[in-house]
Each structure stands twice: as C-alpha cells, then as structure tokens.
Ligand binder design. Structure first.
Ligand SMILES: [Zn+2]
Length: 262
C-alpha cells in the first residue's frame, strides 16, 4: 500500500433522520426538517455530478428512515456506482438505547436499504459515530464488516475481541476532517458557520501531513445537506483538485480500503 495514498469520501445522506433521531418531537417541525431535505431536493444531484466529473467513487451512508422516505435518491446514488452503507434506522445515538433498541436500530437500517437496493449493505456508520459497550457484538451479529466510526488511528485496522481479530475492519474518521463541525447550524444560538475557504485550509493542512505518514490515509466525512450548497460545492471541487494533484492519491470506497487490511 505504500506506493499509493488512499482517499475515502464518506458521505451521509441523512435527510430528515438526523433531526428526528435527535428528538422524535422534531418529526412535527417541517421547517427544521427542511434543513435535511435540502440535501435531497437540491444538494444531491450537483454533488453526484461533481463526483462524476472528478472521477471520485465515494461511500454514502443512509439511515433507514431516509431510505424509506426517499428511495429514488438512494437508487440515484447507487446508479452512479457509489458504495451505499447503512447509517442506522432512525439516526439514534445508540449509547442511550437498551440492547433490543440498539439491535433494532442497527438491523432496521440494513433491512431498509436491502428493500430498496436488493442487496444487504456491509459497511456501516453509526449515528453521530456513537457506540455502546455492546455495539461490536451487535455489528458482528448484523453482518457488518466495515465500520467508519472510531477516531483512534490514522490507518485502517481490524477490530479485536478478547485479543482475537474479528471480521470487522475500522476505517477511522476525524472531527476536523468533516463538514459538520464547521457548517452545522440548525438554529443553535452560539454556533458559528465557518467560511468554506477556511474549512478547505483545515482539511488541506491535515491532508498534507497525512500524505507523509507511512500507511496513513485521508478520510473526509461529508453530509449532502451541508456540502451540497453551491459555494461549498465549488470549494469541494477545488479541494478534490488539490488531492488529485498528488501522485500517490487513489480514491477508494470504505470497503475497498477495508479489503486491504489483513
Ligand atoms: Zn448522520
């Protein structure tokens, strides 16, 4: 792997689910939910066109609730050749759930995608990158083989249980290599939306450092409803050009990178 530098784009298509998962009472707040459906109505197609234009194959993560409400959007992503991974059923943080609820959250999201796509996703990202003490066992039980949740390493690695390797590979993420910390607002007073150019600088400083670390890779986490605005998409186009200018860069899906881990 040292002759190439993997780049993974992990893109969440949350639609209404991120808001409803945070608080079920948000289901009756159409304006709040419209922050998420912007991704469906406006953001998704230009983003897919940009990825096509730049030759980037990404991994999209879709909650079951968004899959059920917007199956054509999920099919459109799959039709462009991107990987589709699960993102839970109702985008609920699992550390506050009991075992039956967490199992239903995990399996429900996988089932919803299977109904629309005809295949069971094996890559998965939890809502808010949240795990409980039982999540490893439940993910293995559900047939998940690729997780994109932990922040502990700059390289993909295999999970272990009681010191023994298990059939689950982690493709780690970082908060500073995501759009949400800089672009989420949602009416939360005190939050500050950052300029896209500043965010590009943060991402590219870290990319430049990672590029020189043996075995490291670059994993950018995006949300269609946040990155899919016209000015931010122009920034993303410039960012992809910066990445592609480095000779060892290879765009891969999360599952393609996971497959390289022993
Ligand atoms: Zn999400």
């Amino acid at each position: 792997m040292s002759d190439i530098f993997p780049v993974v784009f992990g893109i969440c298509l949350d639609a209404e689910a991120a808001w409803i998962g945070r608080d079920p009472r948000n289901a009756s707040k159409p304006v709040l939910l419209s922050n998420g459906t912007f991704g469906i109505y406006e953001g998704l197609l230009p983003l897919l066109d940009l990825l096509d234009e730049k030759g980037v194959t990404a991994s999209f993560f879709v909650p079951g609730l968004a899959t059920e409400r917007h199956p054509d959007a999920v099919r459109a992503v799959a039709a462009r050749g991107h990987e589709i991974g699960s993102h839970g059923q109702n985008h609920r943080a699992v550390s506050g759930l009991d075992e039956a609820e967490e199992r239903a959250e995990l399996a429900g999201g996988i089932d919803a995608l299977e109904k629309v796509l005809g295949t069971r996703p094996t890559a998965w990202r939890s809502a808010g990158w949240d795990w409980s003490e039982r999540t490893l066992d439940l993910a293995l039980e559900a047939g998940v083989t690729v997780s994109t949740n932990f922040h502990d390493r700059a390289r993909p690695y295999r999970h272990t249980k009681d010191g023994a390797p298990v059939p689950l590979v982690e493709v780690p993420v970082q908060w500073h290599l995501a759009d949400a910390p800089f672009f989420t607002y949602g009416g939360q007073v005190g939050r500050v939306i950052r300029p896209a150019a500043e965010v590009q600088t943060i991402w590219e400083e870290e990319f430049d450092g990672l590029y020189d670390w043996p075995g490291a890779f670059y994993h950018l986490t995006l949300h269609v409803e946040l990155i899919g605005h016209p000015g931010r998409l122009k920034m993303l186009a410039r960012h992809i050009d910066t990445l592609k200018a480095r000779p060892r860069v290879r765009f891969m899906t999360a599952s393609e990178l996971a497959a390289t881990v022993a």
